[in-house]
Write a protein that binds this ligand. Structure first.
Ligand SMILES: Nc1ncnc2c1ncn2[C@@H]1O[C@H](COP(=O)(O)OP(=O)(O)OP(=O)(O)O)[C@@H](O)[C@H]1O
Ligand SMILES: [Mg+2]
Length: 437
């Protein structure tokens, strides 16, 4: 048996490596493919070692020997690592690799990614877009367009024109039909991949002037949508469902958002945290928002209260399609300061997923008296930036990375919740009128 323990020392190296990778979350996109391959490889080697040792142990047992307790513990550790690695390889981040590979396959012209709101479709599409932008893969153009609920063909045309360099004064004067012809004539000689984020109905590529992706032109269109039916309407050759995070992955994200300090503040909190995380149903949006909300709650009583409130909101909203609404309401209730809440409600009046200039938003907020401007404009503007910062940290507003952080985007789901349920008609009308000024 002494043999067995000596052998296990070399295996512990593998075990340590794998544990480290799991801690670091190999799934994160940087070097994803390489890291996952190495992880998988290491796990195969570790399991081969385990099998060798098990065979040796059986031989020793046949001769009357006995397994050391330590060996049993080691076997259990390997088993648990194996499960974690399996979960990770199956997990959602790996979808990126698979989706990325599929979207690179030559046979696939149109690919649709569907899934519920807040599940991470845009995030995945953006990651694929970044990969294509970095690696090029023989494409002349990698084009990203956000479509959103209201479909405006001309807006899409203008964005594509801008990305391929057809825009300018002359372009602006052209009619929609001319833009269709010009775009088509330009793109038919190019190899492009077009990413369309958040489509709600069929986007007619011909009407826009986008040549239909075919094996001959080796062009691609990849889009996201909440509705699976849209994938068929778009004639997507590949339809991929973006799924919620698996339990381990979800809890991992939640813990990160809550922070170790809060989790360690009482021995009972980690268990309660599991219950709260479970209520987020594996939705990244909910895990981020609720995780952030809970990060300042350091007593068991506060966590129990959160569970009670979330349970009662879930009943209140039980008829609603979006399971995320009670979670968003809870995080809204927990925002510190009426001005922060009012700012969020105000943002929700902007079109869904619209980019809002921070400067303009702050000007509006001052004019609306949501921010007190009586003590000087500079002070009021600083307050405005502080409020926006609070909302971004709470994952209720997003900053647009490409625009030097001068704009933020209102989360679509929040807008829906607030407009549908929270404001009364008079308030909505008043705010909408202000927006038109
Ligand atoms: N794998 C992930 N890990 C951590 N956070 C994530 C992950 N995927 C998405 N998120 C976060 O969850 C939130 C929602 O993601 P995203 O906007 O991609 O969802 P969506 O499916 O596009 O939603 P919608 O249908 O409303 O457009 C974002 O704040 C995003 O940063
Ligand atoms: Mg989206």
């Amino acid at each position: 048996m002494g043999n067995l323990i000596t052998c296990s020392i070399s295996c512990d190296e593998w075990m340590d490596k794998i544990s480290q990778w799991l801690d670091k979350k190999v799934g994160y996109i940087h070097d994803l493919e390489k890291n996952l391959a190495t992880l998988e490889n290491s796990m195969v080697k570790l399991k081969a070692k385990r099998n060798d040792l098990l065979r040796k142990a059986t031989r020793e047992e046949d001769k009357g020997g006995q397994r050391l307790e330590e060996f049993q513990v080691w076997l259990k550790k390997v088993e648990s690592l194996d499960q974690k690695v399996d979960a990770l390889l199956d997990a959602r981040d790996v979808q990126l690799q698979r989706h990325g590979n599929i979207s690179r396959k030559d046979g696939v012209g149109i690919m649709g990614m569907y899934g519920m709101g807040g599940v991470g479709k845009t995030t995945l599409l953006m990651q694929i877009n970044n990969k294509f932008s970095e690696e090029r893969c023989g494409f002349d153009f990698v084009i990203w367009v956000v479509v959103s609920k209201e479909l405006h063909v001309e807006k899409i045309q203008d964005e594509i024109a801008q990305k391929v360099g057809l825009d300018g004064e002359k372009w602006e004067k052209k009619k929609k039909s001319q833009k269709t012809i010009d775009l088509y004539n330009f793109l038919k000689k190019k190899r492009f991949v077009l990413f369309l984020d958040d489509i709600w109905e069929k986007v007619d590529l011909t009407e826009i002037g986008v040549p239909f992706p075919a094996p001959e032109n080796r062009c691609k269109v990849v889009f996201t949508t909440r509705k699976q039916g849209v994938c068929s309407e778009m004639m997507a050759e590949e339809q991929l469902e973006v799924q919620c995070l698996a339990e381990i992955e979800a809890f991992d994200l939640f813990q990160k958002k809550v922070g170790q300090k809060t989790l360690d503040s009482d021995p009972e909190i980690p268990k309660l945290a599991k219950d709260v995380a479970r209520k987020c149903g594996g939705l990244p949006l909910a895990l981020n928002v609720i995780g952030e909300t809970m990060s300042c709650k350091k007593t068991v009583e506060e966590w129990r209260h959160a569970i009670n409130v979330l349970t009662s909101y879930a009943t209140e909203f039980s008829g609603m399609e979006d399971k995320i609404l009670p979670l968003l309401k809870y995080s809204y209730d927990n925002l510190k300061g009426e001005d922060v809440k009012s700012c969020l409600l105000y943002c929700a009046l902007f079109p869904e997923d619209d980019l809002i200039s921070k400067k303009y938003l702050i000007d509006y907020l001052i004019c609306e008296d949501i921010i007190d401007g009586s003590e000087g404009i500079e002070r009021a503007e600083n307050k405005g930036y502080e409020i926006i910062g609070d909302l971004v940290r709470a994952s209720l507003l997003m900053e647009d990375a490409d625009m030097e952080q001068n704009v933020c985007v209102c989360m679509m789901l929040f807008a829906k919740w607030h407009c549908g349920l929270h404001l009364n008609w008079e308030e909505k009308r008043r705010l909408s009128l202000c927006m038109q000024v």
